[in-house]
Design a binder for this molecule. Structure first.
Ligand SMILES: [Cu+2]
Length: 104
C-alpha cells in the first residue's frame, strides 16, 4: 500500500499525470467553446450530432485541414506548450473554439 502511494507521488511530481478534457460538438457548436487547461493536458472533442461531420482545425498549428469525424467519433490533441490556441471547424468556419493552455 505504502509503495503505491510513494509511486503515485513520484508520478505526480514528474508531471506524468495529465488531465483529459471533453468538448462536445452538438448542433454545430463546440461546447464549451472556450476551455482552459494545463500544459500537457489532452482535449477530446466528441461528435454527438445525429448526422453531421466536423473537424477541429488549429490553423496556426497545422497547414493541412484534419480529417472529418462523424457522429460517435472523436478527435483528440495534447498541448505541450502554453498559449492561446483558437480553432475552427474546416467545413463550418463559423464554428469557432479556443483552448487556453496555462503553464504547469
Ligand atoms: Cu463543423
Amino acid at each position: 500500500m505504502r509503495i503505491w502511494m510513494i509511486m503515485s507521488l513520484l508520478l505526480i511530481s514528474n508531471g506524468a499525470f495529465t488531465t483529459e478534457h471533453v468538448v462536445d460538438i452538438y448542433k454545430k457548436k463546440f461546447i464549451p467553446a472556450e476551455i482552459t487547461i494545463v500544459q500537457g493536458d489532452t482535449v477530446i472533442w466528441k461528435n454527438i450530432e445525429k448526422r453531421q461531420y466536423h473537424n477541429v482545425w488549429f490553423k496556426q498549428l497545422e497547414k493541412e485541414e484534419p480529417d472529418y469525424f462523424f457522429p460517435d467519433e472523436s478527435y483528440q490533441r495534447s498541448f505541450d506548450k502554453a498559449g492561446d490556441f483558437p480553432y475552427e471547424c474546416g467545413p463550418h468556419p463559423r464554428m469557432k473554439g479556443r483552448v487556453i493552455v496555462i503553464k504547469k
